[in-house]
Design a protein around this ligand. Structure first.
Ligand SMILES: [Mg+2]
Length: 369
């Protein structure tokens, strides 16, 4: 057997970037975003991965995951992913630990593809060349002008024919403003672009059904987390009563989470976040679960972490071109993708791995650990 290159070093770094304006959805507000970076070294080659998580995820990488990965064959990503999952048993896999694992898993796939000199999508095997994206933002903190500018930017300037705004403001207590903002969004993007909404679990079940009836008049075709994704039977009941597709899954940290959600008939389209669910290794399996249920999968946020794996599954609907994360990824990385026309083409320029390089000089002033 030929020598298999082994991982010589695993490192973490943390970057916190203020938002360009205060941001909020139905159930949370924030004014900065933290990205935890994992780097995996194998000889002269380095792979990178990341998650959007508190800085504590970096400690999980350093203390619990690096010892599992260091010294192991870089090619055996499923084995290393399994080893990392077992190593965090007593820390608790769902949440922070799964996010830390995701960052390292993505870095391992990036490293392996670079070792082979292939774009990651070629290593995984492409199911498609183009990955559709949808513009995502429309925060409840935006005034009418800002929302209009953002939505028109995606539709008219970038040619992205799908956009999403946040509703469910103040845990569903601003229903009138929600509907007014949806009407404004429809006016901004015209009649043909797809209009999506995300309530981030802000409504009660009956309220969500009533709101959905009003949304249908504006041809809203995607209703994300009308109620909390913890309540699968409520999601399933809403799904049966409304015309828009019900979507959820962004808080999936383990494969059984997605299996339970699908078995409950809770969604029309499964969402999964590669930076939360345990990385590319687990995202591929979540996509397979969805396909087994006759459903599509949509990548949640972190578009550059998803692009290659999204191109590797046949049942992809789209990726979320999330304003906050797009801005960070452009700031911290070189080699980012162009969504012009409504899709990205990962690996299109032949660059190895994810095609991203840390823009060390630009990133340095945001580094906090
Ligand atoms: Mg969401």
């Amino acid at each position: 057997m030929t020598d298999v290159p082994t991982v010589s070093q695993v490192d973490s770094a943390v970057y916190t970037v203020p938002t360009d304006t205060p941001e909020a959805d139905g159930t949370l507000s924030w004014d900065s975003t933290t990205l935890v970076l994992a780097t995996v070294r194998c000889g002269e080659v380095e792979g990178l991965g990341y998650t959007y998580a508190p800085a504590a995820a970096a400690r999980v990488i350093d203390d619990l995951l690096a010892p599992v990965v260091t010294g192991s064959p870089a090619s055996d990503v499923p084995r290393l992913n399994e080893g990392m999952q077992r190593a965090v048993r007593n820390a608790g896999l769902p949440g922070l630990a799964a996010q830390a694992i995701a960052a390292v898993d993505i870095a391992l796939w990036d490293c392996k593809a670079r070792l082979l000199g292939l774009p990651l999508v070629r290593l995984l095997g492409a199911a498609r060349d183009d990955v559709p994206v949808y513009g995502s933002g429309g925060f409840t903190t935006y005034d009418e002008q800002r929302q209009d500018r953002q939505l028109r930017g995606w539709v008219e300037e970038d040619g992205i024919p799908r956009v999403k705004i946040k509703i469910g403001e103040s845990w569903g207590r601003r229903e009138e403003r929600d509907l007014r903002r949806v009407a404004q969004a429809r006016a901004s993007i015209g009649e043909t672009a797809e209009l999506y909404v995300d309530a981030n679990g802000g409504y009660s079940a009956k309220q969500a059904v009533r709101v959905a009836a009003a949304l249908a008049e504006k041809n809203v075709t995607w209703f994300e987390e009308p109620v909390s994704s913890d309540h699968l039977s409520a999601l399933a009941a809403i799904r049966n009563q409304i015309t828009a597709d019900v979507a959820a899954g962004e808080y999936g940290y383990t494969l059984p989470y997605f299996a339970h959600m699908l078995a409950a008939g809770a969604v029309d389209c499964l969402q999964a976040d590669v930076t939360r669910c345990g990385g590319i290794t687990v995202w591929l399996r979540a996509a397979a679960l969805a396909q087994g249920h006759g459903l599509q999968i949509s990548g949640h946020c972190a578009p550059h972490a998803h692009a290659h794996v999204a191109a590797a599954v046949p049942n992809l609907r789209h990726l979320e071109w999330f304003h906050d994360h797009v801005r960070l990824e452009h700031l911290l990385f070189d080699g980012t993708l162009d969504p012009a026309g409504g899709s990205v083409t990962p690996g299109g320029d032949g660059t190895s791995g994810l095609g991203l390089r840390l823009a060390a000089e630009r990133a340095q002033r945001f580094r906090v650990a």
